[in-house]
Design a protein around this ligand. Structure first.
Ligand SMILES: Cc1cc2nc3c(=O)[nH]c(=O)nc-3n(C[C@H](O)[C@H](O)[C@H](O)COP(=O)(O)OP(=O)(O)OC[C@H]3O[C@@H](n4cnc5c(N)ncnc54)[C@H](O)[C@@H]3O)c2cc1C
Length: 287
């Protein structure tokens, strides 16, 4: 990251996030975009788009490349990562990214369609031994056994951190590739089946029938529901509630694109991104 304090931080570099970014950059704001390596997996997959005005039949991949090029030409800073947790104090948001904290006056959430739980009873067990940020909750599990289910290599740092403080760290990778893990971390091969425990996590049963007994379970590197990312964010029918200014219920937090609800379409995402970018700029410009 070029700075540790931004006017506006945008989560997601799909059509909504990039549209917010260029509009805020035009208004001379210090903008950071945080997003995945392929900035918009859904748009990247779209074979042919026939409803984006002026470019009939464009391939999703091609349109995404144009959006990216536009944002980069304007000097937008885009980092390939994921916001892991966000907290507010005295009107400033602190965002945890790659184990580092950065600060921002305003935030635009453009994280795409809502998160779907990946394991049965995941939502019920949240906060009962199940979490999405090991480094945030780590101290609770000091001296205990934990299991980290990892959807991407970004979770390796969290596993290594937990190895410093936990009695035992199990690591279940759901991705391919080489891993840089502390020698104290034990790699488990298999697929998650179901959570063991009724009131609190007691372990995980794998699809092959074996059981790993732990007190803490983390699901890392997958999508994070926005209201888990920012406590207190109002959600209606699994989407972020916004008004026509793309304001959420939290001051300085705006949302745009698929995360605010259907229609899940590029044009709607770009339009909402623009409104969010402009209003976030106005908000960040206040004394
Ligand atoms: C197969 C297919 C075909 C489609 N065809 C069409 C079509 O013909 N016409 C049309 O208009 N639309 C189409 N769409 C829909 C269109 O792609 C989406 O509406 C659009 O991409 C939504 O943009 P977005 O910016 O809201 O979200 P996305 O494009 O989903 O981008 C969200 C980004 O946020 C990132 N993110 C998530 N969490 C975090 C976090 N915590 N921190 C940082 N970043 C995060 C995600 O990784 C992702 O990169 C199609 C979609 C699919 C899958």
């Amino acid at each position: 990251m070029k700075h540790d304090f931004y006017d506006i931080t945008i989560l997601g570099c799909g059509p909504a996030g990039l549209s917010a970014a260029i509009n805020a950059t035009i208004r001379n704001k210090k903008v950071l975009v945080i997003g995945a390596e392929i900035c918009s997996p859904p748009l990247h997959k779209a074979q042919k788009i026939n409803n984006y005005l002026g470019i009939p039949g464009v391939r999703g991949e091609e349109l995404l490349a144009c959006f990216m090029e536009h944002a980069l030409q304007m000097g937008t800073e885009i980092i390939n990562s994921k916001a892991e947790a966000i907290n507010e104090a005295e009107g400033v948001y602190s965002i945890l990214v790659k184990g580092e904290l950065l600060k921002s006056k305003a935030i635009v959430i453009a994280t795409g369609i809502p998160y779907k739980p990946t394991i049965p009873r995941e939502e019920d067990m949240l906060g009962r031994g199940l979490g999405y940020c090991a480094t945030c909750d780590g101290p609770i599990y000091r001296g205990k056994d934990v299991l980290l289910i990892a959807y991407s290599g970004e979770a390796e740092n969290e596993a290594n951190f937990m190895a410093e403080i936990c009695r035992k760290v199990y690591y279940l990778p759901l991705y391919q590739g080489t891993m840089e893990l502390d020698s104290r971390v034990e790699i488990i091969n298999g697929k998650p089946g179901e959570i063991i425990g009724s009131d609190f996590v007691q372990g995980l049963k794998l699809k092959n029938g074996s059981e790993i007994i732990v007190e803490g379970l983390f699901i890392l590197g997958g999508e994070t529901a926005p209201d888990r990312l920012i406590p207190g964010l109002e959600i209606v029918d699994k989407h972020i509630k916004v008004n026509r200014q793309q304001e959420t219920n939290l001051p300085g937090v705006f949302a745009a694109g698929d995360c605010t609800g259907p229609p899940y379409q590029v044009a709607k995402s770009v339009g909402e991104g623009q409104v969010a970018g402009l209003n976030a700029s106005k908000y960040a410009g206040r004394k």
